[in-house]
Design a protein around this ligand. Sequence first.
Ligand code: NAD
Length: 460
Amino acid sequence: MARATREDYEEVVRAGLAAFERWRMEPAPRRGEVVRQIGEELRKHKLDLGTLVSLENGKILTEGLGEVQEMIDMADFAVGQSRQLCGLVMQSERSRHRMFEQWHPLGTVGVISAFNFPVAVWAWNAFLAAACGDVVLWKPASPTPLCALAVTRIVDRVLAENGWRGVLNLVVGSGAEVGDPMADDPRIPLVSLTGSTAVGRKAAGRIAARFGRSIMELGGNNGIIVLDDADRELALRAVLFGAVGTAGQRCTSTRRLFLQRGIAREFTDRLAAAYGRIVVGDPLDPATLCGPLVDRDAVDTFAAAVERIRGDGGEILVGGRVLDRPGFFVEPTVVRAPLGFPFSFEETFAPILYVFEVDSLDQALRHHNEVPQGLSSSIFTDSVRASERFLSAEGSDCGIANVNIGTSGAEIGGAFGGEKETGGGREAGSDCWKAYMRRQTCTVNFSPDLPLAQGVKFEI
Ligand code: NAD
């Protein structure tokens, strides 16, 4: 496939900047109306786009369709948000003065997305940014350019019909060819990057060096704690979806399972039996629960991880093999490991689940929080005390903390993102729109005097 050259990049950035000159002065609800029309078109093409996501990325069809639904939900959300870009009015200490804040668009927002959510994460950023009056430059991940091209064709048609071409733009190219220039480009005041911690660390440094803003959505290493009093049926289903769904290639995939000693053996046996019933295969076949990994590199990473786990003394309870058939298929894998197992501190982007036994919630929390990542976390318990403790300041240290729900499958209404090496970014719902705008504090004097703040006198 042809990739963008440096000249192509320049052309697209300039087209975006030209569109921004007008788009920023379009009333926000009218910007929202354009986003609404895009959402309607995505609804019409949901099946085609969802199938393409499955074909190109390998996730099973229900997840491919879910990803397109997430774009549609995000469009609806952004339409409402376009009427609620609200600032505060503060009380001035000076007589006959009015002080308030307002929000203005930033300019061009760069969106660098990961292969595992080839369209949804773009929509989280792009629809809010567009409603906020920004223009967007999207660099999709190298393994999934077709999804980005298909979405952009649909979006472009709506933009052209409304006279707004140039608001949402696409540049297909590698990290070095397009990602680095975006990180360094002062014409892009905000870069939202979804990807591995290693890539994010480098890009964040480059963006910060020019005082650009960034939203970093990086690697996760998500844990579920199951206490003795948990509803085990619920917990089992959540662990299965979290660890095996999307072939373990979600940032929120469950990678670590902390089982309280009273239920550990029985739960592990049931988990192993359930793994035995998982069909690995064609993502478009409704019987399949686990599709392929994204590419050969991902398979090699899985194989190397299994070898390292064995070498470090981890016990492979289920799976562990690369499947000998065309495509990038591996066996969903369960590993029994001692608490603090060094390799479990790293994110391996594959369906590998570590199972640990713990004596207490205290011990579970300590080990749960000891990894460098801080994205998603869950506890399964029927105890109010335990669940509230998990959600308290001395509980989970993650950006997402769930009770009796697994680690993956977030709704768009909340702010999505994580702490520590996950990067600290937040996207989608709640008040995430603020990241796409600049805040301006304004004070208006309607008195005949010029009083200074803090009572300072400066008179001639
Ligand atoms: P990746 O880090 O390989 O690539 C991510 C994106 O960064 C791609 O578009 C890539 O081309 C680009 N890139 C590469 N080098 C770059 C550079 N020098 N400058 C700028 N951009 C560059 O990640 P991936 O394999 O596509 O995705 C998997 C990773 O993404 C996992 O670590 C996963 O946890 C993470 N992820 C995080 C979230 C989240 O919300 N926290 C969501 C999805 C995926």
